[in-house]
Design a protein around this ligand. Structure first.
Ligand SMILES: Cc1ncc(COP(=O)(O)O)c(C=O)c1O
Length: 474
């Protein structure tokens, strides 16, 4: 099967696919692309997924940085089935449930001391969680008498979700472009990206963190008292491909927000729940946001689930003020999803998977992955290898010396993704890291149960796929 574009890139019109049959294109499911066939997945176990033809794929991207505990874990499906048998659903305007209450407390504990006395709002995924956080920040400001504060500041080259509110604060050009006339926009500041640092640092970006952070202070001042919150991914997820911030940057950002009464909202939809080798990525930089958002790994994909973890300051303001959060989804705190999340978290703890993801600890899956990916640096088209824990990026360049990217029409990352797929390897190819359009990278985010042997095999497949595509692209 020949695929033509990133499985995650819905808007890329550069398609060179041979015409598909009517039968392949005509399906009752509105798929991401009308121009490529999709294998039919039927089974998963550990790091593997099988399609209907019996072909096995090693899931080196955790689908889209979702699966952390491995596929096909019976303990999770049993817990979900048991919850569904006992009580499938009640509406949160009428009831709470033991499973939601217990899981919320376990998540608060997992999020650490900074969130003691806080509360969790459960949703069905990342975008819903971001929407919830934006509204929570606005309501907090209203409750404390700051009615003029309604703007959420954010960053270019970021991604916070597909719904219109989440898209408004996102910076991913391709995913936003055609919807821009429909969204209300506030200021997007620059994003640190050390491989292509805007300040041309020659000291490994040891000192540019403060300069990037200063942009936020200028944006807050320009908002003239209307800034309610600042949303950011502690580590860039898909858009830049696992880019970690320079030293001092996030601490400076947190200080600026605090000084100006702007809520700090950390979007850990991708980086949360152990993926970077810490419970949450913010722990790497020792900052405490007012609101912490997670999804993906919170259920490892076993059920649609997201969580907005609000600090005590935010919760108390509403409790002591109007007394009601003016927001709600029908499936808020769905019992079956909460059962999945609670059992996933218990498994993360019992198998010590956060440690397994830690790339700074010896002998872990995280450190093995880092070493294995580093071995790709000798390839002419590999410009950068980066990341933390089990969230890594491999950036491709047409010219290693100048860091010039491939022409976007070549869709180099997409081609590598297809070549990997043919070899039975799932990766997450993306374009646009340089300027929203040009730039190619792979996001690598395997489940934490991956073995050293499986990592070695997967990296071998990437090497072979890159070599094959480099010959075509040059
Ligand atoms: C950082 C971040 N925020 C939000 C989202 C949106 O999450 P969802 O696709 O579950 O709506 C994503 C999805 O990739 C993400 O990476």
């Amino acid at each position: 099967m020949a695929l033509t574009q990133s499985p995650f890139d819905q808007h890329n019109p550069r398609v060179t696919e041979p015409l598909l049959t009517e039968q392949q294109l005509c399906t009752p499911v509105l798929r991401r692309s009308f121009r490529r066939p999709y294998p039919t997945a039927v089974r998963g176990e550990g790091v593997y997924v099988w399609d209907a033809d019996g072909k096995r794929y090693l899931d080196f991207s955790g689908s889209a940085a979702v699966n952390f505990i491995g596929h096909g874990v019976r303990e999770i499906s049993d817990a979900m089935a048991e919850q569904a048998r006992q009580l499938e659903f009640v509406h949160t305007s009428q009831f709470t449930t033991p499973v939601a209450e217990e899981f919320a407390q376990e998540l608060l504990d997992f999020a650490g001391q900074h969130f003691a006395g806080g509360a969790v709002y459960f949703t069905c995924g990342g975008s819903e969680s971001v929407e919830t956080a934006l509204k929570l920040a606005r309501q907090y400001q209203v409750e404390i008498g700051e009615r003029n504060r309604h703007q959420i500041l954010s960053r270019q080259q970021s991604y916070h979700g597909a719904t219109l509110g989440a898209l408004a604060v996102s910076g991913n050009r391709k995913r936003r472009e055609i919807y821009l006339p429909m969204v209300r926009e506030f200021e997007h500041i620059g994003m640190p990206y050390c491989y292509r640092c805007a300040f041309d640092c020659t000291d490994n970006c040891c000192n540019c963190g403060q300069r990037y952070a200063a942009e936020l202070e200028r944006a807050i001042q320009a908002a003239k008292g209307a800034a309610a919150g600042f949303i950011f991914e502690p580590m860039s997820g898909a858009t830049l491909g696992a880019v970690a911030p320079p030293p001092g940057y996030l601490k400076a950002v947190a200080d600026i927000c605090r000084r100006h009464g702007v809520l700090l909202i950390a979007d850990e939809v991708m980086t949360g729940m152990g993926r970077t080798g810490r419970n949450f990525a913010i722990e790497h930089w020792e900052i405490g946001p007012d609101i912490l958002i997670t999804a993906k790994g919170v259920s490892s994909g076993y059920a649609p689930l997201g969580a907005v973890i609000a600090s005590k300051k935010v919760v108390d303001a509403i409790a002591a003020g109007s007394g009601a959060f003016l927001h709600g989804f029908t499936y808020n705190a769905h019992p079956v999803s909460a059962a999945a999340g609670r059992t996933v978290l218990r498994r993360i703890r019992s198998l010590n998977l956060v440690h397994a993801a830690d790339s700074e600890a010896e002998g872990t899956a995280g450190s093995t992955l880092k070493k294995a990916l580093e071995s790709l640096r000798d390839l002419d088209v590999v410009g950068d290898i980066r990341g933390l824990g089990l969230l890594c990026g491999v950036e491709f360049v047409a010219d290693k010396k100048t860091k010039a990217p491939f022409a976007p029409e070549k869709n180099f990352a997409g081609l590598v993704g297809q070549a990997c797929l043919r070899r039975g390897l799932l990766v997450y190819p993306m374009q646009g890291c340089v300027d929203g359009i040009a730039g190619d990278h792979l996001l690598i985010a395997p489940p934490a149960v991956i073995t050293a042997e499986q990592i070695a095999w997967a990296v071998e497949q990437i090497r072979a796929a890159v070599l094959e595509c480099a010959v075509q692209a040059h």
